[in-house]
Design a protein around this ligand. Structure first.
Ligand code: GDP
Ligand code: IMO
Ligand code: MG
Length: 431
């Protein structure tokens, strides 16, 4: 039995979906533990490109049990549409194959509206984040404010549901009014919730218990982080973050799993760096090189289609992420995108108060300047390479350097979007 948490070490979109799908060849349980459909996890299967927003990325494999755990916020209309899409490819879900946490919170239409209101507020009452507008922040606000609707409420007493919706709507009313917007009708929300409840009832379960019994049976489990460490609400570039604990530290609480059950942490980083939305990104390249990475890496949001900001690998931010997450091994993705760049820059530390600090000084980013080193690039196409030793020498050296800087070994190197475009150095479920 191995329980592996796969977590993004940067600002999201590191290629988590591809790797989870790949590693679920060896695992039989695939879990999402936080976030919602702000995530866009891409799996490429031949000519087909599947973007998963809520279902874990192991869901494209028939023999894998999928769990949407209680740390998530779920928009049931998005989930039902996604289930349909996946079912068209691999056959119907059954309660044995899909479990949705009773305690996961529900995203309602009002949450999406509140997200848009907050993002467009002209009165200085909120910070513009560049969110995905999926209602994530407002749904987590209601969770923390103890007026949220949970999956279990969709299938419970109608009276309780009505009174919970009433509380929630009364809370939001003044804020909608202030912005001159009509609050959605609570009775429409009630009808919607009951319809969702009818459709999802068979899958709503105590997922902590499901996970526990799988682990007791000796199953290999893949816990899939959404977003990335630098977007974590407690540990990221606050306030330019998402509204959940999107690093490994969120996995035990979000999945309902004791930390002692986790056997390893696989941290994922691109061979360069991207960010979508507002907020600090010190190693961003707003010039020709950033543009080149965007083009070669097709760096446009999987969820919103927004162009991703591109820049150089930030080792100082990765050192922080490796320490915080307790990373056991890393996966380096999109190495192929750097092909043809003659000199690859890497931020290896930050100049702050007259010295160079090794970790990104998150609380003083504005006072710090990235310190760069350069390493030689390579020209050869590497997408067909499956053995580390066959990589061009500079590419191999780049991997060695990253391992050395971070003090953790690379277990996977990804050289293309497809399952097979991967160099396996070590299999976290086997070796
Ligand atoms: P996630 O949110 O971490 O799952 O990442 P996304 O799916 O949002 O973005 C990663 C993008 O890069 C997707 O379009 C993947 O198909 C693609 N991708 C993943 N790994 C590689 C790789 O090694 N090389 C290239 N060229 N593309 C990759
Ligand atoms: P995956 O799982 C990249 C960013 C948004 C915004 C901030 C807050 O595909 O890596 P939110 O809608 O969560 O309130 O937005 O977080 N963001 C992501 N950026 N990848 C993601 O997910 C993201 N999910 C949210 O762009 O800056
Ligand atoms: Mg993504």
């Amino acid at each position: 039995m191995s329980v592996i948490v796969l977590t993004g070490l940067q600002w999201g979109d590191e290629g988590k979906g591809k790797l989870v799908d790949l590693l679920c060849e060896f695992a039989t349980v695939s879990v999402r533990f936080q976030g919602g459909n702000n995530a866009g996890h891409t799996v490429v299967l031949g000519d087909e490109k599947v973007i998963l927003n809520l279902l874990p990325s192991g869901s494209l494999r028939k023999n894998v049990r999928c769990i949407l755990a209680q740390g998530m916020v779920i928009d049931p209309s998005v989930l039902l549409a996604e289930m349909k899409r996946v079912e068209a490819g691999i056959g119907p879900f059954s309660p044995d194959r899909l479990a949705i946490a009773r305690r996961a919170h529900v995203i309602l239409p009002l949450h999406k509206q509140a997200d848009a209101l907050s993002e467009s507020a002209k009165d200085g009452s909120s910070v513009f984040i560049g969110t995905t507008l999926r209602g994530i922040g407002p749904a987590y606000q209601d969770k923390a404010g103890r007026r949220g609707i949970r999956m279990v409420d969709l299938v419970g007493s109608p009276e309780d549901l009505r009174s919970r919706l009433d509380v929630m709507h009364r809370y939001w009313a003044p804020q909608f009014e202030k912005h001159g917007q009509a609050l959605p009708d609570p009775s429409e929300a009630f009808e919607l919730c009951r319809t969702w409840g009818d459709a999802l009832a068979p899958y709503i379960a105590d997922t902590s218990l499901v996970l526990h019994s799988e682990i007791e049976r000796g199953s290999h489990v893949m816990l899939e982080g959404a977003q990335g460490t630098m977007l974590d609400i407690d540990h990221g570039t606050y306030p330019f973050v998402t509204s959940s604990n999107s690093c490994t530290l969120g996995a035990p609480a979000g999945a309902g799993l004791a930390p002692s059950r986790i056997s390893g942490v696989l941290g994922v980083t691109k061979a360069y760096c991207t960010r979508v939305g507002e907020g600090p990104f010190p190693s961003e390249d707003t010039g020709e090189m950033g543009e080149r990475m965007r083009r070669a890496g097709h760096e446009f949001g999987s969820t919103t289609g927004r162009p991703r900001r591109c820049g150089w690998l930030d080792i100082a931010a990765l050192r922080y992420a490796v320490r915080l997450n307790g990373v056991s091994y890393i996966a380096i993705t999109k190495l192929d995108v750097l092909t043809g760049i003659p000199e690859i820059k890497v931020c290896t530390g930050y100049a702050l108060d007259g010295e160079t600090v090794p970790e990104i000084p998150l609380d003083r980013i504005a006072d710090a300047t990235p310190v760069y080193e350069s390493v030689p690039g390579w020209e050869e196409d590497i997408t067909g390479i499956r053995d580390l030793h066959e990589l061009p020498v500079p590419a191999r050296r780049y991997i060695d350097k990253i391992e050395g800087w971070l003090g953790v070994p690379a277990c996977l190197v990804s050289v293309g979007p497809e399952r097979n475009e991967t160099i396996f150095v070590k299999n976290p479920f086997r070796d």
